[in-house]
Design a protein around this ligand. Structure first.
Ligand SMILES: Cc1ncc(COP(=O)(O)O)c(C=O)c1O
Length: 339
């Protein structure tokens, strides 16, 4: 089976497992796990923030940030295809009593002109807009990248209206290797940032959030309150540290493979793909003659697993555990299914 469902399906490599086996550990709820402390310092430094906190998942990372930046009844503006809006199980409402206001962007990127009309006035019968959220790279838009100038334009809008600015940087590493922009430069524009080790970087678990010292102090409390206080978790933080230190540069290979596969898809007249959206490791493409469910099944029967994309499209994601040969085979299967 060639598994292109997600970049989360990777297994820890022998070298990563070795670093996990050898990790020094302690009770992280007492802040005594040296490997977690090292990871948090490393991430704070990489993102140019005062402090960082290791959390079990990207979802928890985003939601802790939103919880701290808002009060119940507040509103967060995001792109309509944002992960926090589509894939976080309604957590903003469940965990923080807040609502999201989805705005239509282009390939996941929002402009101040698109956002400003939806920032609420202070009328008492309206929710209070508190945060603007950005996702970079953008998952449901197909791994698309935010240019720094676009981020700065939206940050200036947030500033003008006294709003917080949050980055869902689950795949910020992909944006960085593709553009050459440093994590620090991207992150410097935001109040709070979340990033993941368990996507393209190949760690089995874990994310981090970063921001000011005061913010992280509060985040530490919220993580505990939500059951995310972990004990000798250095064994997992070691995998994250290994991932972020060793697997960032190689993301470029995933992007090259995704482009190759996209070109083969683009050459097939029974499939539609927006090549403008092919920027990193996620591909969305639409079968013109088959329904989504049938297309997924036929691919699977021939040895290729994909996931549903948005509405009627299919999604393929390149990652650490697929090579050139797998990509060629995947393209051959796609050509056979959609001939
Ligand atoms: C953009 C984005 N943010 C957040 C998450 C949530 O990460 P997790 O699955 O670790 O909760 C994901 C997961 O795929 C994601 O793609």
């Amino acid at each position: 089976m060639i598994d292109l469902r997600s970049d989360t399906v990777t297994k820890p490599s022998p070298a990563m497992r070795k670093s996990m086996a050898e990790a020094e550990v302690g009770d992280d709820v007492f802040k005594e796990d040296p490997t977690v402390n090292k990871l948090e310092e490393y991430i704070a430094d990489l993102l140019g923030k005062e402090a960082a906190l290791y959390v079990p998942s990207g979802l928890m990372g985003n939601q802790i940030c939103l919880n701290i930046l808002t009060d119940p009844g507040d509103e967060v503006i995001c792109d309509r295809e944002a992960h926090i809006f589509n894939y976080e199980s309604g957590s903003p409402a469940r965990l923080s009593g807040i609502q999201l206001y989805p705005v239509d962007g282009e390939l996941g990127v929002l402009t101040p002109e698109q956002v400003e009309p939806y920032i609420r006035t202070t009328a008492y019968h309206m929710p209070r807009t508190k945060v603007i959220e950005v996702e970079n790279t953008h998952n449901r838009a197909g791994g698309t990248i935010w240019a720094v100038e676009k981020i700065i334009a939206l940050k200036n809008l947030a500033k003008k209206h006294n709003l917080y600015f949050h980055l869902d940087g689950a795949r910020i590493w992909n944006a960085c290797v593709e553009t050459g922009i440093s994590p620090n430069e991207y992150a410097s524009n935001f109040d709070t940032v979340s990033c993941c080790f368990s996507k393209g970087l190949g760690a089995p678990i874990g994310s981090a959030i970063a921001g000011s010292k005061d913010f992280i102090k509060e985040a530490y409390r919220v993580r505990k309150a939500w059951g995310g206080g972990m004990r000798q978790v250095g064994i997992l933080a070691a995998a994250a540290l290994y991932a972020v230190q060793n697997n960032r540069e190689r993301l470029k290979e995933d992007h090259i493979r995704a482009k190759k596969l996209a070109e083969r898809i683009n050459a097939n007249s029974n499939l539609e793909i927006n090549m403008k959206a092919v920027q990193t490791n996620i591909l969305l493409f639409k079968p013109l003659k088959l329904k989504q469910a049938e297309a997924l099944k036929l691919c699977k029967d021939k040895g290729l697993i994909l996931t549903p994309g948005t509405v009627d499209s299919l999604r393929a994601v390149t990652h650490l555990d697929v090579n050139d040969d797998d990509i060629n085979k995947a393209a051959d299967i796609i050509d056979e299914v959609f001939k």
